[in-house]
Write a protein that binds this ligand. Structure first.
Ligand code: ADP
Ligand code: 5GP
Length: 185
């Protein structure tokens, strides 16, 4: 049996289905720990502080950066996002697997600081399907969708930087593949 990977980074363009896959997987395997990021983005309907994200303002985020509290951080579509460092280090110290769901810039920072991490890229079945998913989610105005799609082109071009690519044809299928990569099943 292969050694349990300690830290797994999941990235992929906005709207590809990262949150859907991770939440499906964690319904069946609540023992998979997902880092909760801090963000300056406003909550979407149904999102709760401390669950999907720690929703903070620009000043609070800047303080977290200045105090070295973030393992990595990035600006994505006009908002700040970052991974609180301590919770991740605590889990790793206990030998428990850690999953980060972060953007390409964050994945690159983690690759630099923790080269032992495994990186997974979630790809859409096609460009048109990505547009359909991002638009169909209905959580952002058209201008933000356009910005996220521009960023998606850059992210898709970076796929080969990742250790593994999973194509999100079906939520259930990808969740099973991700669980196998996490060595949970
Ligand atoms: P991300 O977290 O990558 O931004 P989401 O998880 O919010 O993406 O998914 C974007 C949209 O795509 C949601 O409406 C979700 O229900 C839908 N979706 C996710 N995975 C699939 C799939 N395999 N097939 C069809 N629709 C999907
Ligand atoms: P959303 O606003 O759709 O929740 O997330 C937008 C993007 O930010 C996604 O690509 C998501 O993976 C990324 N993201 C979420 N949390 C973090 C984080 O802590 N750091 C970085 N670098 N990106 C993040």
């Amino acid at each position: 049996m292969s050694e349990r990977p300690r830290l797994t980074v999941l990235s992929g363009p906005s709207g590809v289905g990262k949150s859907t896959v991770v939440s499906f997987m964690r319904q069946k395997h609540p023992e998979v720990w997902l880092s909760v990021s801090a963000t300056t983005r406003k909550p979407r309907p149904g999102e709760k502080h401390g669950v999907q994200y720690y929703f903070v303002d620009e000043d609070e985020f800047a303080k977290m950066v200045a105090n070295g509290e973030l393992l990595e951080w990035a600006v994505f579509a006009g908002n700040h996002y970052g991974t609180p460092r301590q919770a991740v280090l605590d889990k790793l110290e206990r030998g428990e697997p850690v999953l980060l769901e972060i953007d390409l810039q964050g994945a690159r920072q983690v690759r630099e600081s923790m080269p032992e991490a495994q990186s997974v890229f979630l790809a859409p079945p096609s460009w048109d399907e990505l547009v359909r998913r991002l638009t169909g989610r209905g959580t952002e105005p058209q201008q933000v969708i356009d910005e996220r799609l521009r960023t998606a082109k850059v992210e898709l071009a970076a796929e080969s930087e990742f250790d593994t690519t999973l194509v999100n044809h079906s939520v259930e299928g990808v969740a099973a593949e991700l669980l196998a990569l996490l060595n949970v099943v």
